[in-house]
Every structure is written in structure tokens, then in C-alpha cells.
Design a protein around this ligand. Structure first.
Ligand SMILES: Cc1cc2nc3c(=O)[nH]c(=O)nc-3n(C[C@H](O)[C@H](O)[C@H](O)COP(=O)(O)OP(=O)(O)OC[C@H]3O[C@@H](n4cnc5c(N)ncnc54)[C@H](O)[C@@H]3O)c2cc1C
Length: 341
């Protein structure tokens, strides 16, 4: 089966979907509302399952050239005491390959390098039915505020705030230690991203200025205050933490529309699965399209493969967000100490 598709949104999910559709022999348009791709953003954790999906999309080698392994991640208390290990070694033992990290701009470059159609920039899609009239398939890869989702599913499911603010950035030195530090109602993370740099993120109930953020983490163990003082706040990104709620009844509609990535299941970043699930969606959707004789069957197969799985991850991420940001830390930290090494 081959046909004409339009992909709305040129983030990770949209670019990966467009690559998969082209490999399946489809004619593809990619519409992006921005004038160019935004090259900011910090590191994405890419689990072994999503690494496999990138390989099946034909971009495994380019990805591996820019990715770095994530090992030795610890969970610490604000005074620096290690109370548990992140499950990175367990993931590596089970999958036979490590969790990898890649800077968002590099992942976009890898995907762009494999896409053989131009992106049509500067057009914000508002009317899904207009697109559906001219194409066999419309893919909504247009993020948490998806117009494609709204067009087909209305406004019942939408972005919901979870009560915290996240700040992210890259420090120009190696932090030496990696993992997360969990305090009362807030946490700070440090991961590798490329040699000589540290990817960091901080989540707090609220902090509207860089000065407030620095204040909230003053007194935490080294090198957290140093990271916040030696990086330029002009390069930090601040966003209100949100997820899609309630969960959608389907990732497809009418036999000609499919949603992928944040448009389908935006989640809090606590499990580090936002980019992974978008890649898995894109690969599953385009594999179903390549292997089924009719589009409605392919979309049903895609929904069956991805919806429950992605929604379970989103629920787990939301639960972990609550657990990480409790204000009374005694019980939480005792539970953490029971985790297997
Ligand atoms: C600039 C940026 C920086 C980010 N940085 C980080 C980060 O550092 N860490 C992290 O964990 N996550 C980050 N994210 C989120 C992360 O990229 C996504 O959660 C994940 O990769 C899923 O991607 P997606 O393709 O589904 O959605 P997104 O990455 O949100 O991409 C959606 C795309 O659709 C476009 N779009 C939206 N509406 C329309 C419309 N109506 N018509 C046409 N185009 C439209 C948007 O401009 C965007 O390019 C970032 C997202 C963006 C956009």
C-alpha cells in the first residue's frame, strides 16, 4: 500500500514518522508552524527499545555517532549521600546495551539527514479536515497542544499542569558525578551529554527567576550550586510541567488520521521517555502501514500496539513525579534505600 501523507509537526515524532513513511514508499509532506527548527533543548535519554526503532528507521548509525552512554547514575540526598542507584545497569544487563543520551539538536540533525523531502516551514495547521481532503493520511505530530488532536477529538483531553516548574540547561564542564538529587518538593539531575559538558535539569514547585532557582539549591551538594552559578541563565529553558489528561480513547480517527508523540500522550519527563515513546510510535505506525494492505487496518494495528503501552508509561511518569516531589521525604527515602542495587 502506498499513498499521500501529510505529517503535521517537525519534532522528533514528526521527522521519524516522515522517514518511516518514505521508506514505505509513500509521498510525504511535512508541515511545521515555526519558521525554522528550534535548535535548543537538552539531552534525551534513549532506551534500548527506542534505539532498536531508530535502527529499523535506518538512522541507527548516525544516532550512535552522537550519543553517549549513561551509566553510574545515583540518587542522592541534598547533602550528597547516595541512597539508591538509578536502574541503568539493570536496563543494560537486560537489554545487552546501555541507555544512551543525545542532545536534542543532534537527534534532530540525525533525523533531518535521513529525510529526503523538504519541510514546509511557517504554516500553522488549523483545519484537519482540509488536510484530510487532500491526503490519504494525516499524522498529528504537533506536540502537546496538537491542533490535529483537537480537530478530531475535541478539547476534552488537553495539557494539564502538574504543579511544578522545570528548568533545564547544559553546563560547559563535566560534573564528575551523575544522577539525581531528591530533596523536599524539588529535585536536581545531572547527566552526560557530550565530552566536557553536563546536561542538567531542576524541578521545583515554583521559581520564576534564575536568582530564585539558585537560592532554592544553595546548600545542596557540589557541583549543583556551581552548575547554577557558572551557566548563563539566558541559555536556561524554563517550562511549566504538563501532561495530557485525560488519556485519549484512541491514537487514530476515521481510518485516515493518526497521532504520535506528545500529541497522543504527552507525559512528564520523570521517566525520560518523551522522545523514546515518540520514536516508538513513529516506527510502529510506519511499520504497520508498510505491512498492511489497507490503511484502516494499519491504523488499528498501530493503536493496538502503542496506545496502552504509551499510556502506561505516561501514568508511571506522572506517579514518579509525585513520588519525587513529596514534601515529607522520610518515608520516600526509606523506600528508596530498599531498591535493589
Ligand atoms: C524547542 C523544543 C525543545 C525541547 N526541549 C526538550 C528538552 O530539553 N528535554 C525534553 O525532555 N524534552 C524537550 N522537548 C520535548 C520533546 O522534544 C518532546 O516531548 C518529545 O521529543 C516528543 O516530540 P514530539 O515530536 O511528539 O513533539 P514536539 O517536540 O513538541 O514537536 C511538535 C512540533 O509540532 C510543531 N507544531 C505544533 N503545532 C503545530 C501546528 N498547528 N501546525 C504545524 N506545526 C505545529 C511544533 O512547532 C513542533 O516543532 C522540547 C520540545 C521542543 C519543541
Amino acid at each position: 500500500m502506498a499513498g499521500k501523507a501529510v505529517v503535521v509537526g517537525a519534532g522528533v515524532g514528526g521527522l521519524a514518522t516522515a522517514i518511516g513513511l518514505r521508506r514505505a514508499g509513500w509521498s510525504v509532506r511535512v508541515l511545521e508552524r515555526r519558521a525554522e527548527l528550534e535548535r535548543y533543548g537538552t539531552a534525551f535519554g534513549i532506551h534500548p527499545t527506542a534505539q532498536g526503532a531508530l535502527e529499523r528507521l535506518g538512522v541507527g548509525q548516525g544516532f550512535m555517532e552522537r550519543a553517549v552512554p549513561y551509566r553510574d547514575g545515583r540518587i542522592r540526598t541534598p547533602d550528597g549521600a547516595v541512597i539508591a542507584n538509578l536502574p541503568l545497569e539493570r536496563i543494560e544487563r537486560r537489554a545487552g546495551r546501555p541507555e544512551l543520551l543525545i542532545a536534542r539538536p543532534y537527534l534532530l540533525d540525525v533525523l533531518l539527514g535521513a529525510l529526503d523531502v523538504p519541510i514546509e516551514f511557517g504554516g500553522e495547521v488549523r483545519d484537519v479536515e482540509e488536510l484530510a481532503a487532500g491526503h490519504d493520511l494525516v499524522v498529528g505530530a504537533d506536540g502537546i497542544r496538537s491542533a490535529v488532536r483537537r480537530g478530531r477529538f475535541g478539547g476534552r483531553s488537553g495539557p494539564r499542569h502538574v504543579g511544578t516548574v522545570a528548568w533545564i540547561g547544559i553546563a560547559g564542564f563535566d560534573s564528575g558525578i551523575h544522577g539525581e538529587t531528591w530533596g523536599a518538593g524539588r529535585f536536581f539531575g545531572m547527566t552526560p551529554v557530550e565530552p566536557g559538558k553536563t546536561n542538567w535539569y531542576a524541578t521545583v514547585p515554583e521559581a520564576t527567576t534564575a536568582g530564585e532557582l539558585r537560592e532554592l539549591f544553595s546548600g545542596w551538594h557540589d557541583p549543583i550550586p556551581r552548575i547554577l552559578h557558572e551557566t548563563d541563565p539566558a541559555e536556561w529553558i524554563r517550562y511549566e510541567m504538563r501532561h495530557l489528561h485525560p488519556a485519549l480513547p484512541s491514537f487514530t480517527s476515521g481510518g485516515n488520521v493518526a497521532l504520535v508523540g506528545d500529541a497522543a500522550h504527552a507525559m512528564t519527563p520523570n521517566l525520560g521517555q518523551g522522545a523514546c515513546t515518540a520514536i516508538l510510535d513513529a516506527e510502529a505506525l510506519t511499520r504497520a502501514i508498510a505491512t498492511h494492505a489497507r490503511l484502516p487496518e494499519a491504523l488499528r494495528a498501530y493503536d493496538a500496539e502503542r496506545r496502552r503501552s504509551a499510556q502506561r508509561v505516561a501514568l508511571g511518569s506522572r506517579g514518579l513525579h509525585r513520588f519525587m516531589t513529596v514534601r515529607r521525604t522520610g518515608l520516600r527515602d526509606s523506600l528508596l534505600r530498599l531498591l535493589p542495587a
